[in-house]
Design a protein. Structure first.
Length: 319
């Protein structure tokens, strides 16, 4: 299948779909400035060591929770204030969700990327309002959508004169409370725009815990490995410790504080043997191992996420 040649400009120095790896990472909801800074600083430090561009991700309002009693965030005003402070203090771009057309203009005063939630991916007015801000628009494929139908969502953004649009795969409904990932959707959608693979939300179990969603985050590394055989971006929420928000706990990846001191330059791990071998023999290069989040943009031969056979935590290998 022919790949779209369109790229997405996040900032003047950061291009999605280019040659350099880009990581989107942060807590699912902007619970507090302290939590956002703690997580963002940690991940930014890892990215600096590995030469990866970093975009901080958090939502100021999770309006699509299972129950009205679930934590949504600190409100639009409070959440955007937190994200603005994080952007200034961390000096990184920001991506956040918008659920209503009227939110787009205000969110765009802070965010560099506006994310359209999966359930809202067909909402024409929302897509066009996000497009008119001039910011990059990241559309998550609905759990009910065929991948080829996402070309029309892309077209709605481009019709407003905004070429900075990308798509996100986050699983498809498979009966009740279960998602599966059809890997064929990745090259299909890549015909229309750069494609992001949302690893952690793909293991979500919507509504699977009664009044909140469940998830199986132990499978996130395996899905990331399966997706690593094709060029795409990867995304998923990440926390330094167990999320305070019950709805985020089952699927979001938790980082260890020791990650920055746990780089391993050995190349003797048998888990490497069943990964794509393209680029493995580059002279003088060895894999850097660090516990990290499955939220990355990179060429396929540069990254694979696996599970550490000792710690049972996600591991990133960078080529």
């Amino acid at each position: 299948m022919e790949r779209s040649k369109e790229k997405v400009t996040i900032t003047r120095d950061m291009i999605l779909g280019g040659d350099k790896m880009v990581l989107f990472g942060g807590p699912c909801a902007a619970e507090s400035y302290e939590i956002c800074m703690e997580t963002g600083s940690h991940v930014k430090g890892i990215c600096a060591k590995l030469g990866i561009d970093y975009i901080f991700k958090a939502s100021f309002d999770k309006a699509n929770r299972t129950s009205s009693g679930s934590y949504r965030g600190p409100s639009k005003e409070g959440g955007l204030e937190i994200l603005a402070r994080v952007k200034q203090d961390l000096r990184v771009p920001i991506v956040t969700d918008v659920h209503e057309s009227y939110q787009c203009a205000e969110a765009a005063t802070v965010a560099d990327v506006l994310q359209i939630p999966a359930f809202l991916c067909r909402q024409t007015d929302l897509l066009k309002a996000a497009a008119r801000t001039g910011k990059a628009v990241k559309i998550k494929k609905g759990q009910f959508m065929a991948p080829e139908d996402m070309q029309y969502a892309v077209a709605k953004v481009r019709e407003e004169g905004n070429k900075n649009v990308c798509l996100t795969e986050r699983g498809a409904s498979f009966g009740y409370h279960t998602l599966v990932v059809d890997m064929r959707s990745l090259p299909v959608m890549r015909q229309y725009a750069p494609v992001i693979f949302d690893v952690t939300h793909s293991v979500q179990q919507p509504g699977g815990r009664g009044g909140s969603s469940g998830g199986q985050r132990e499978f996130a590394p395996f899905l990331a490995r399966a997706a690593a055989g094709d060029d795409r971006e990867q995304v998923g929420p990440v926390h330094l410790r167990e999320p305070h928000v019950v709805e985020d706990q089952p699927q979001d990846v938790v980082l260890r504080h020791a990650a920055l001191d746990d780089l391993d330059r050995r190349d003797d791990d048998p888990l490497l043997e069943d990964r794509p071998r393209a680029g493995r023999e580059r002279a003088g290069e060895r894999p850097a191992r660090v516990h990290l989040v499955p939220e990355l943009a990179r060429p396929a031969d540069e990254l694979v996420l696996v599970e550490d056979r000792h710690e049972h935590e996600p591991v990133v290998r960078v080529r």
